[in-house]
Ligand binder design. Structure first.
Ligand code: SAM
Length: 192
């Protein structure tokens, strides 16, 4: 299969950059090896802040090392806890949040995101969104839990009021097991 001109999971960064800038607050709900945390840290700069979550000690260590080596500003808090507990740690609204679901690349494939924590985490994340904010969710339907997780998330978001959020699906229709992503956006302060 030929490579797409634009990688779908790079495209979500484009959408994040339409909401996030210097001085903002961002949350990485699945830090893994810290590549998304790095992107968020650079985008919000020294005046902003990034909170990042993972349940694996290995991810915290790997991300801490990665952010130092990459020369990121010291604007981040790495949290060793499940993302569904986000409200215990993040007390301010955020402008961008990222969920990159599934398992840690190069790690234990049995430790994957699971519906029973992913769903309350997404609900809590939506509560914490500032006006004109974005929440991006990358889903990997190529494994059984990922497929079920994706369906449940889509059903949940389909039921939310358009007065509250706009939820968009970006998916390759003729490649059903390829990763896809979902954007949840809140309206800017002055729009009706
Ligand atoms: N964003 C990462 C990067 O740039 O390297 C990749 C994330 S990886 C696909 C998914 C991560 O989610 C894994 O590191 C896994 O440990 C983590 N995870 C699984 N369940 C979690 C939970 N309940 N709360 C927080 N992180 C979780």
């Amino acid at each position: 299969i030929w490579q797409r001109m634009i990688d779908l999971l790079d495209l979500h960064k484009h959408f994040i950059l339409t909401h996030l800038g210097p001085g903002d607050v961002a949350v990485d709900f699945t830090m893994g090896n810290g590549h998304d945390t790095e992107f968020l840290s650079r985008t919000v700069g020294p005046a902003g802040h990034v909170y990042a979550f993972d349940i694996q000690e290995q991810a915290i260590e790997s991300t801490a090392r990665h952010l130092k080596e990459a020369g990121c500003p010291e604007n981040y808090t790495l949290i060793h806890a499940s993302h569904h507990l986000v409200k215990d740690y993040v007390k301010e609204p955020f402008r961008a949040g990222m969920f990159n679901l599934g398992y840690l690349p190069g790690g234990d494939k049995r430790i994957t995101t699971m519906r029973e924590t992913t769903m309350p985490a997404i609900a809590a994340a939506i509560d914490l969104m500032a006006p004109d904010a974005i929440l991006n969710i990358a889903v990997y339907p190529g494994h059984a839990e990922g497929e079920a997780e994706g369906k449940m998330i889509c059903e949940y978001l389909e039921g939310l009021s358009r007065h509250k959020v706009c939820a968009t699906l970006v998916k390759i229709l003729n490649s059903p097991t390829s990763p896809f992503f979902i954007m949840v956006e809140t309206k800017p302060p002055k729009s009706v």
